[in-house]
Every structure is written in C-alpha cells, then in structure tokens.
Design a protein around this ligand. Structure first.
Ligand code: ATP
Ligand code: MG
Length: 255
C-alpha cells in the first residue's frame, strides 16, 4: 500500500465462531480508502462471513461469537452497545441477488433518506437523480421513476439496489458476489460502475470470479480456511504471489 493511501477499515485479530466451528481465524487487514478491495478464496473459506462483520450482519445469528476489533475512524465497531443503524448508514451492503423492494424506482432510492426523516421533496428528487446517475441507471429510468422496481431487468435491479445503497452516502460499500446472478453484459456494466464509485466510496468486493477481481480491484486478499493467506495489490497478487497456496488457487489447482 502506498504511503498516501488512507485506511478506511482496520481489522485486528478478528476471529469468529459459529457455535464450536471457527469460521474466521485471526484476520488482520487494512482496507484502503477509495479503493476496491477484493476478497477471493474457495467456497466456504469465510468471505461472506468476513464481509458481514463489517456492518455487523452476523449479530442476528445466535450461535455466532466474535473476537478482535474492526476500526472505523479509530472506533471499534464491534463494541457492545454500538449504534447499529448508524453503522449501517456508514457501511452499506449489496447482495448476490438483486433485492429491490416491491415499490417504485423512486421509492426504492429514497428509502434510506425517508428512514432518516428527510421529507423535503426537492432534496429527495435531487438525491434520486444523483444516486441513479452514480449507479449508471438514470438514462434508462428517468422517465419511469414511478414504475415498480420489480419490472426492471435483473441487471437494472442490481444497479437500482446500488443506487439505494449509495443514496444515503455511506463511506464503505460491501458487495457480496454482486454480479454472479447477472448476464455477461450486465456484469460488465456493474464492473465499470464499481470503478467509478470508488472515487466516492470504499468498496469491498467478494467474488468467485478471479478475472473480475483482477479486472476491477486495486487490492486483493486471498482467504483460505478462515485465514488471510496473502494480501497485496491486485497486480502483485495475481502475477507474483508470495505464497504457494495463493499461486495454486489463482492458477486453478484447487477451489
Ligand atoms: N449462519 C451460519 N451458521 C453456521 N455456520 C455458518 C453460517 N454461515 C456460514 N457458516 C459456515 O462458515 C463457513 C464460512 O462460510 P461463508 O458463507 O462465509 O463462506 P464463503 O467464503 O462466503 O463461501 P461461498 O463462496 O460459498 O459463498 C462455512 O463453513 C459455513 O458453513
Ligand atoms: Mg459467500
């Protein structure tokens, strides 16, 4: 990481158990601000589990126990009693399957702002246009904002979900395999979108697709059996990995 790159999230010695089963083992990582960091690794290695720690989505799982810390602005977000809705305003999330609400395109985008109590029609309208432009969806939907979001194609729905997530201007955007349910063209559109979004947000991308990680991310962490095996800038990790296990994985010897 270059000296001028600021850190958005610092993960120190993070371990996680589901009951007796350890899913994350002493993870330490510094996630660079305004960059795309990819988390790659074989199925079941703990990528989604790690991602869910960043906005405490694991809190709803009863048997889940977490140790270690995740610092956002020097504060440990895992501390007991932390304000979860405040955290989730700062750390947004997009899932594999597009999940717009069965409401209009407009209402999907303003959903978070309405929760925050924003009523001013002009502010809401501006936010809708800004978020839809940023999500590369505005030209396609600007004349049909009142249309039900479920009538959009899945690629459009995924961009709408991204617009909904960024409308409240989070600092960090978590993306868990955001294109794995999409066709190749929609995938490319979202990949281009991610590279423009990093000007304003820090992106953390879980992907099974190593070509995607290589194409869009600036940094990549290779995770295996709950541990970070290697973390480096993406070019280095894919061209000259230091660890044998990384090399075996990226060359397709396992996974
Ligand atoms: N809610 C849960 N309860 C118990 N075990 C879980 C739970 N969620 C995940 N696990 C276990 O934790 C481990 C890591 O799972 P996780 O979903 O984080 O992997 P992943 O790397 O995202 O895999 P994939 O690439 O298949 O999505 C797996 O062994 C999984 O079975
Ligand atoms: Mg997963």
């Amino acid at each position: 990481m270059t000296a001028e790159t600021e850190t958005a999230l610092t993960i120190n010695n993070l371990s996680l158990w589901y009951g007796d089963k350890q899913a994350l083992d002493s993870i330490s990582l510094a996630i660079p601000k305004n960059r795309i960091t990819a988390l790659i690794g074989p199925s079941g290695c703990g990528k989604s589990t790690l991602l869910r720690c960043f906005n405490r989505m694991n809190d709803v799982i009863d048997c889940c126990r977490i140790e270690g810390e995740i610092l956002l602005d020097r504060r440990n977000i895992l501390e007991e009693g932390g304000d979860l809705s405040a955290l989730r305003r700062r750390v947004g999330m997009v899932f594999q399957r597009p999940n717009p609400f069965p409401k209009s395109i407009y209402e999907n985008v303003v959903y978070g702002l309405r929760l925050q109590g924003v009523r001013d029609r002009r502010i809401l309208n501006e936010a809708v246009e800004r978020a839809l432009r940023a999500a590369a969806l505005w030209p396609e939907v600007k004349d049909s904002l009142r249309q039900n979001a479920l009538t959009l194609s899945s690629g459009q729905q995924q961009r709408l979900v991204i617009a909904r997530a960024i409308a409240i201007e989070p600092e960090v955007l978590l993306l868990d395999e955001p294109t794995s349910a999409l066709d190749p063209i929609s995938t490319l559109v979202i990949e281009e979108l991610m590279t423009t979004l990093k000007q304003h947000f820090t992106l953390i991308l879980v992907t099974h697709n190593m070509q995607q990680a290589a194409r869009v991310s600036d940094y990549t962490a290779f995770i295996h059996q709950g541990k970070v095996v290697e973390f480096a800038d993406t070019d280095t990790l894919f061209t000259t990995p230091k660890q044998r296990r990384t090399e075996d994985y990226i060359t397709g010897r396992f996974g």
